[in-house]
Design a protein. Structure first.
Length: 287
């Protein structure tokens, strides 16, 4: 770290509050945005704290210690990305705010250079220009990656919740479970059959699954074609399957598609299937 770099480093640290003040003054009215000048005191305090972290991270590049900068950058990217995801702020909006932060930050380097006059050489300015702008570029990249990872994790969690609500497998006892399907089942929802139901049955340690279709108002023909593969997969896993509540229109669709359900255990209602299962279990115990 050169003597002039050290002076710039100390100057920037001493002016962190002033840099944030100037950056905040550039805000405009943008209703609903965390960056809006009328977003409130809480939002302003958060922006001030995070802008200070931004400036501290960029300034650390002057220490000529890559490890320190990388550590600061990772902390910054995680904190800012989580905050912007929580506030439902788009990536372009964040990058726009970062662009203003870059301009503000560089204006203070220009002030420092003018204050020092001829002590600052063209080589100093070139070195600072390259390192500082590269530091901001890396912030852009790391923020975008972290934002994507957080959004992807949340989408997967939401998808898991949707699947759990779409295919609510209820354990009746240690070995038996019921899957009551309700509402419309289109191709999009039906695609989750093989992805969710078999692993969930294994997780619940089921040996018999009752799939009740009595609550299904409409069903896509593509979904009907997936019932057979689903049952075959469950059978391979050692899980017996019983279909209940098959409506006449569903039966007609299966016949029209040439699907053969003759090898599948079916009952008119879930109550009927459970009563028969109970009778068989009782008879087995008596024997």
């Amino acid at each position: 770290m050169s003597a002039m770099d050290k002076q710039l480093y100390d100057y920037l640290l001493a002016n962190m509050t002033a840099i944030s003040d100037k950056w905040l003054s550039l805000r405009e009215e943008n209703r609903g945005s965390i960056y809006s000048m009328d977003a409130g005191e809480t939002a302003e305090a958060l922006l001030r704290e995070q802008n200070r972290l931004t400036n501290m991270t960029v300034t650390s590049i002057l220490l000529n210690d890559r490890q320190i900068f990388e550590s600061n950058k990772e902390t910054w990217a995680r904190e800012v990305a989580e905050s912007r995801v929580n506030s439902n702020t788009s990536v372009p909006e964040v990058l726009g705010a970062l662009s203003k932060a870059r301009q503000t930050y560089w204006s203070f380097i220009e002030k420092f250079a003018k204050m020092k006059g001829e002590e600052v050489t063209p080589d100093d300015l070139l070195r600072w220009g390259i390192s500082i702008h590269l530091a901001f570029d890396e912030l852009y990249i790391d923020f975008s990656h972290m934002y994507y990872e957080i959004m992807n994790r949340r989408l997967k969690m939401q998808q898991g919740l949707i699947e759990e609500l779409s295919f609510p497998i209820i354990k009746l006892n240690e070995l038996n479970g019921v899957l009551p399907l309700i509402g419309n089942i289109d191709t999009f929802r039906g695609e989750g059959f093989l992805d969710y139901i078999p692993p969930k049955c294994v997780e619940l340690d089921l040996t018999h699954l009752f799939i009740d279709l009595s609550g299904v108002s409409e069903i896509d023909t593509m979904v009907v074609q997936q019932i057979n593969p689903l049952i075959q997969v469950l059978n391979l896993l050692g899980i017996n399957t019983t279909l209940t509540g098959i409506r006449p229109e569903l039966a007609q669709t299966a016949v029209q598609l040439g699907l053969n359900f003759s090898d599948i255990d079916t009952h008119a209602s879930l109550q009927q299937a459970l009563s028969e299962e109970y009778s068989l279990a009782l008879h087995k115990n008596q024997d």
